[in-house]
Design a protein around this ligand. Structure first.
Ligand code: DC
Length: 222
């Protein structure tokens, strides 16, 4: 490997994004939000009227997209942040991500994010498929009820409406699809550090992750 990688995998709503970004910032490393790639692809497919079941058309579409994360998620030069962070975009992404052809089409793109001084990679299969050789693997879990509550709180903070029962149902459906797909299903790598975050704050999770790393990490933890 050209540089070290920390992989952070787990189901939706577990706080991977927050933890991964905080860690990447503290280390001064790059950050790969692999879920955003599937979200952008699903968004582009919906815009172009491509059927989520049509793997060949999705692969052709993926090859034509210009994706950039230097200032938020951008597609073909335009910010798509506000379109791709919705619950519906997550659901669409999960459907698109089921196709093995799509997963292999964006495999090298994901590995290309690995550059010195290092990478924090967030997703479902970072430790199992994309960077299996890294010794720094984490898998975060939390009860689905707790994840629905966290999502609800996030939506409220953004001034958006949410319904806990609907969020819980969506999370269960997404878990089910992501866990049962044939290619690179959601599961911990055999050598991953598994952290149950149900009873933990973001800072407590960060502390646990940092405690397992052989790097100096400068994060202000209270
Ligand atoms: O992490 P996220 O919620 O942004 O991911 C959205 C969907 O994308 C998720 O439900 C499944 C898919 N995904 C995936 O299959 N593999 C990844 N490495 C990341 C996301």
């Amino acid at each position: 490997m050209s540089a070290p990688v920390i992989t952070i995998d787990g189901p939706s709503g577990v706080g991977k994004g927050t933890i991964s970004k905080a860690l990447a910032d503290a280390l001064g490393w790059h950050y790969l939000d692999s879920g955003a790639l599937y979200r952008i692809l699903a968004y582009a497919a919906a815009q172009a009227g491509v059927d989520f079941a049509d793997a060949d058309a999705l692969v052709a579409l993926a090859a034509s997209l210009q994706i950039d994360f230097t200032s938020g998620a951008q597609l073909n030069g335009k910010s798509v942040e506000r379109f791709i962070r919705t619950e519906q975009a997550g659901e669409y992404a999960s459907r698109v991500a089921q196709h093995p052809q799509i997963r292999s089409a964006i495999l090298e793109l994901q590995r290309g994010f690995l550059k010195p001084p290092g990478l924090v990679a967030d997703g479902r299969d970072m430790g199992t498929t994309i960077f299996p050789q890294t010794p720094h693997k984490f898998y975060l879990t939390a009860a689905a009820e707790e994840r629905a509550k966290r999502r609800y709180k996030q939506l409220k903070e953004k001034g958006l409406d949410g319904n806990i029962a609907a969020l819980f149902r969506d999370i269960q459906q997404r878990d089910e699809r992501d866990t049962n797909r044939a290619d690179s299903p959601l599961r911990p790598a055999e050598d991953a550090n598994i952290i149950d975050t149900t009873q933990l704050s973001i800072n407590e999770v960060l502390k646990k992750v940092i405690g397992q790393l052989p790097f100096e990490v400068d994060v202000p933890l209270d």
